[in-house]
Design a protein around this ligand. Structure first.
Ligand SMILES: *Cc1c(COP(=O)(O)O)cnc(C)c1O
Length: 392
């Protein structure tokens, strides 16, 4: 076994595709940056909530009251008050009849899509959908159709095809609202119009929009007033909310159905009550004046970054990747950034398509204008060097 696996790892290495766990940030600071703190431009903690005092206190409180583990699945005796309170808070925040929390965003997709779809049905995905959506669809056994990123004509032709192939079967369209590796937005209003014309259902994964878009941070659907037209609204608690877990919200009957059918919920121990308590605190905070102010800081940072790097960047969200192309170049640039005090990860295949390796830079509410100015200055110099090297 050892030789065989080692050989495969060497193959990955030769394509600059080998991955390794990153050292803890404190260790990275010490070894690469003369002990200075690194500025983290690689986190999904857009509102800087992962270290927020009142959320940590909610978790501490719940640990004292409920201990560290749930001790059973939600359907046995692992359902504690914070789980239910979290779901009520999510439903109130998103304005849906009900919500269901899962242990992660990944588990949410893996439980939800196979619960709803089977071999008689068709699932139609945007090409850039997250791995958990693809894996959930594969697990469902449904026929999979993929449309090029944000391409409405191809989505429509898949819908026509699906209606012919499965006149009685279900058709589900899935997209992200903010794409995780590109930071661009789905044309949600047009997608809603199309799925309604063809009688399909729509699942929108708001992983990178929750907390960030909309007057109460409800996501892009909230910002566009489309929530009521999306049958299955998905999100995670692990990004803009600074906690951990995933959720589905929608009609009460959808949630009851998932409680009966979603295997990642049924056959897994409930997340620790403290996780749920922390997430509930974050969700309840979302419509507050302080949260609005936090979102304003974040969007100011996005505008600032965009203004300073306008020729390389059209920012639609706090995800502002710099496209590099080759894996080895992306790794080199990420190392150079690290050496200069910035954390920003190289993203390679299969997370992004071949030849589209990139540095995935993400902005958060607590970056200072000086930090963003230093980063963009460094990036501009690096990108101009690369451009100059490419020109004959
Ligand atoms: C991160 C992510 C997930 C998974 O969420 P986790 O809570 O990290 O498991 C799902 N969908 C998208 C689009 C994501 O970016």
């Amino acid at each position: 076994m050892r030789d065989e696996l080692a050989e495969q790892l060497r193959m990955l290495e030769s394509k600059s595709l080998r991955r390794a766990l990153k050292a803890p940030i404190a260790n990275l600071s010490a070894s690469h940056n003369a002990g200075r703190a690194l500025v983290n431009f690689g986190s999904n903690d857009y509102l800087s909530l992962a270290n927020e005092r009142f959320i940590a206190e909610a978790a501490e409180d719940a640990v004292r009251r409920y201990g560290t583990g749930s001790a059973a699945s939600r359907l046995i005796y692992g359902n504690h008050a914070p789980h239910t309170e979290l779901e009520q808070a999510i439903a109130a925040w998103k304005g849906t009849e009900a919500a269901l929390a899962f242990s992660s965003g990944y588990a949410t997709a893996l439980g939800t899509i196979p619960a709803l779809m089977g071999p008689e049905d068709v699932v139609i995905l945007d090409k850039l959908c997250h791995a958990c959506i693809i894996d959930g669809t594969r697990l469902s056994g449904a026929v999979l159709r993929v449309f090029p990123h944000n391409n409405l004509e191809r989505l429509e032709s898949h819908l026509q095809w699906a209606r012919k192939r499965a006149p009685k079967g279900r058709v589900l369209v899935v997209t992200e609202s903010v794409f995780s590796m590109d930071g661009d937005l789905a044309p949600l209003a047009q997608i809603v119009a199309l799925k309604e014309r063809y009688g399909a259902w729509l699942l929108v994964d708001e992983a990178h929009a929750a907390g960030v878009f909309g007057p109460t941070g409800g996501g892009l659907a909230e910002a566009l007033g489309l929530g009521a037209h999306i049958e299955i609204q998905m999100g995670t608690l692990s990004k803009g909310l600074g906690c951990s877990g995933g959720y589905i919200c929608g009609a009460g009957v959808l949630i009851e159905f998932l409680i009966n059918k979603a295997r990642s919920l049924i056959f897994s121990t409930a997340p620790p009550p403290a996780n749920a308590a922390a997430a509930a605190a974050a969700v309840r905070w979302m419509p507050s004046v302080e949260a609005q102010e936090r979102r304003r800081l974040l969007w100011n940072n996005v505008a600032h970054y965009r203004a300073l790097l306008s020729e390389f960047c059209t920012a639609h969200s706090p995800i502002v990747p710099v496209l590099v192309g080759e894996n080895s170049q992306a790794l080199r640039l990420s190392d150079a950034l690290l050496f200069n005090g910035f954390l920003a990860p190289a993203i390679r295949y299969p997370t992004v398509p071949q030849k589209q390796a990139r540095i995935r830079i993400t902005l958060s509410a607590k970056h200072s204008e000086q930090e963003i100015a230093r980063l963009t200055k460094f990036l501009r110099e690096e990108l101009q060097k690369t451009k100059a090297a490419e020109e004959p």
